[in-house]
Design a protein around this ligand. Structure first.
Ligand code: GLP
Length: 244
């Protein structure tokens, strides 16, 4: 790879990164929604190749600093959504932050728990369980793909209920009198698969934040195991920490 010496710390820096730094400065001086110069203009202005400019632009799109609008151009992105990590549901969290949500049920099946899911839900391997996959939208924009596993014995008729009410936590409390009160949540990064990319309307390989939640009721019994693929370009997760 062609490299130049980085201006700041003397570390070799790929050429596209110098273009990216230049663009970051430009983005900092513009307001959200401003149009940035085209690939062709940047290539000429920065005396570099179109491939180099394209790579810098793509990274900034993946990081949520720029947005591409088909046939229109590339713009400075709106600030990301600040999403507190709390023991709430997607629906509750969005509405308390002033957003409207909708949910598309992609798949809802009764299946047999694989070993790892059985372990999480304290079931015997192969016990009946639900696999639910949903697309979560905020203000009409697809934001996360979420897969949930729950015990079918504990929640009979859950799929029908979920088709009527879109909030899982609402169904759990209204129909089954169950409330998740504690959870372990992990966050890791991933790249969007072609399917996730299609659903979330991002490029394949775009950064994704994967949150896994294992929640429990007041007696410490497991309720759900959930994995959520959030768009890395749209979310900042916020955890409030306090000294022990
Ligand atoms: C969040 C949590 C999930 C939980 C879901 C319930 O997304 N990460 O573990 O299942 O909220 O949300 P709702 O009640 O809106 O379906």
């Amino acid at each position: 790879m062609e490299e130049v010496v980085g201006a700041r710390v003397g570390v070799p820096e790929p050429k596209y990164y110098a273009v990216k730094r230049h663009l970051l400065e430009l983005i900092g001086s513009l307001s959200p929604g401003s149009l940035v110069p085209t690939e062709r203009v940047l290539t000429a202005e920065l005396h570099t190749s179109r491939t180099t400019v394209r790579r810098a632009l793509s990274e900034l799109v993946g990081e949520g600093r720029l947005v591409r609008r088909q046939g229109s151009g590339t713009y400075v992105a709106e600030p990301k959504i600040s999403w507190p990590l709390r023991m709430t549901s997607f629906t509750e969290q969005a509405s308390s932050s002033g957003y409207s949500t909708s949910t598309r049920l992609l798949e809802a099946t009764r299946t047999r728990a694989e070993d790892d899911i059985a372990d999480k839900l304290k079931l015997r391997p192969g016990a009946p369980s639900y696999y639910i996959e949903r697309l979560r939208l905020v203000d009409g924009t697809p934001m996360a793909v979420e897969t949930s596993h729950l015990s079918a014995k504990q929640f009979p008729g859950l799929i029908g209920e979920l088709r009527r009410k879109s909030s899982l936590y609402r169904v759990l409390s209204d129909t089954y009198g169950v409330r998740p009160v504690e959870a372990e949540e992990t966050i890791e990064t991933a790249s969007a698969s072609p399917r996730e990319a299609g659903l979330l309307e991002v490029d394949t390989g775009a950064p994704i934040l994967v949150l896994s939640r294992h929640s429990f009721d007041a007696d410490g019994e497991p309720i759900e195991y959930v994995r959520s693929w959030y768009r890395g370009d749209r979310y900042t997760f916020v955890a409030r920490l306090s000294a022990p």
